[in-house]
Design a protein around this ligand. Structure first.
Ligand code: UD2
Ligand code: MN
Length: 405
């Protein structure tokens, strides 16, 4: 039998234990409940977590990076960064606000040092990646790319450097040859273990698309808005690709002879398989990019010879590539957000083509006055004359993008 007094005692004890248990559980439960309500009512982008904007999900590319600037330096004793960075979040919201300046980009990236270099401040990076960007007259695009790319790479805890390879003069643009220049110039500076060859107008939309190399050449820009976020064709290798120095040398780099728009990306894709490698890709969900809308640039007309050249890649890849890339470095500038390398890559007629109206040979001179071209002239006649000094200001950016010819 239990007396009424002891019944009350049991009841109080029972209530007491319940209170203690509730107090212990409530700390975590309370936090969860509060954060649930915050998530429901917060403004878009206020926390940097993923949210949905008009059906496209994406977070702020700068979210949660600010505490890095307070991180300690441990000198030689720094541990390796984790295999998967804790900053990786997934989809990134990409938009192009007017009025953005390079000074703002610089302010938002306090840990980026001279020449556009970065190392994680609190751990030893597992990967060293150089970004190579062929460039001419696309400063507006470059500003947006830098705004997104710097924090994107920091989220991945990479040791990285950004190189802009700027084609000097107004002669026809040559994207692939500029990549060869970028490879040589970047490797001259640091022992990069991976190189990302990157169009200036492509903004990655998911930070799980890690800028590290695979065992084989990787095509990273697999899903672009301009192609409806689908791979346009199986061998497509344009936009953004990643190769180790060994991959690059194994396929003799990129071709030097594609002047103007088109074909060079397919040639590079063919080189990958001709040299006994294959193309790897991230998933369609992760390899997503937005291309800043534009028209075909002045000085980058569609290359009419591209199909004929592509048909011959098997015969040409060993004799046209990294082993024959000739150029002259005009300047190397270590700017706050990138290294700018301005380069003379010559013309189809060579690095120092003969002038169009050579002066008559001096009387009694034994040798011809005109120097032979430094690079073997192509079999077909050049489409345009040799490089002229810049006569006009940079072509203005135009809106819209042509249908891919
Ligand atoms: C496609 C490919 C690109 C390349 C090109 C054909 C995509 C996303 N990209 O780009 O990788 O194969 O076709 O050549 O499909 N550039 C300048 N200044 C110029 C011209 C070009 O900086 O005057 C650079 C810039 O980095 C640009 C890149 O070259 O992103 C490719 O040129 P594009 O953007 O005009 O060609 P697009 O978009 O058709
Ligand atoms: Mn483009």
């Amino acid at each position: 039998m239990v007396s009424i007094q002891s019944r009350w005692r049991y009841l109080f004890m029972f209530l007491g234990i319940q209170l203690v248990v509730m107090a212990l559980l409530s700390r975590e439960g309370y936090q969860k409940r509060v954060s649930y309500f915050i998530r429901i009512f917060r403004k878009p982008d206020s926390t940097g977590r993923n949210h949905t904007v008009a059906g496209v999900s994406g977070g702020d590319v700068y979210a949660n990076l600010s505490h890095l600037s307070k991180a300690h330096h441990h000198g030689d004793e720094m541990p390796y960064c984790p295999k998967t960075s804790p900053f990786i979040r997934g989809p990134i919201h990409v938009s192009f606000p007017s009025g953005l300046t390079l000074a703002e980009v610089q302010k938002k990236n306090p840990l980026v040092v001279r020449g556009g270099r970065y190392r994680p401040p609190d751990c030893e990076a597992r990967h060293r990646t150089a970004i190579i960007i062929p460039h001419r007259h696309r400063e507006h695009h470059l500003k947006f790319l830098l705004y997104y790319l710097h924090p994107f790479l920091q989220r991945q805890q990479l040791h990285y450097g950004i190189y802009i390879i700027h084609q000097a003069g107004n002669y026809t643009f040559n994207r692939a040859k500029l990549m060869n220049v970028g490879f040589r110039e970047a490797m001259r500076e640091e022992d990069w273990d991976c190189l990302f060859f990157h169009d200036v107008d492509l903004i990655p939309e998911d930070d799980r698309n890690t800028y590290v190399c695979d065992s084989n050449p990787k095509h990273a820009a697999i899903a672009m808005d301009k192609f409806g976020y689908k791979l346009p064709y199986k061998m497509y290798f344009g936009g953004v690709s990643a190769l180790t120095p060994l991959h690059y040398l194994k396929m003799n780099g990129f071709p030097n002879n594609y002047w103007g728009w088109g074909g060079e990306d397919d040639d590079i894709g063919v080189r990958v398989s001709l040299s006994g490698m294959y193309i790897t890709r991230p998933s369609l969900k992760v390899g997503r990019y937005k291309m800043i809308k534009h028209k075909l640039d002045k000085g980058n007309d569609v290359n009419p010879k591209r199909f004929n050249m592509l048909a011959k890649t098997r015969q040409t890849w060993k004799t046209d590539g990294m082993n024959t890339a000739e150029y002259e470095t005009i300047s190397r500038q270590y700017l706050p957000l990138y290294t700018n390398i301005t380069v003379n890559i010559g013309t189809e007629a060579g690095l120092h083509p003969p002038s169009p109206t050579p002066p008559p040979p001096a009387k009694g001179a034994g040798k011809p006055a005109v120097k032979a071209p430094a690079v073997k002239a192509p079999a077909e006649a050049p489409a345009k004359g040799p490089a002229k000094p810049p006569a006009k200001p940079p072509a203005k950016l135009k809106e819209g993008h042509p249908e891919s010819p």
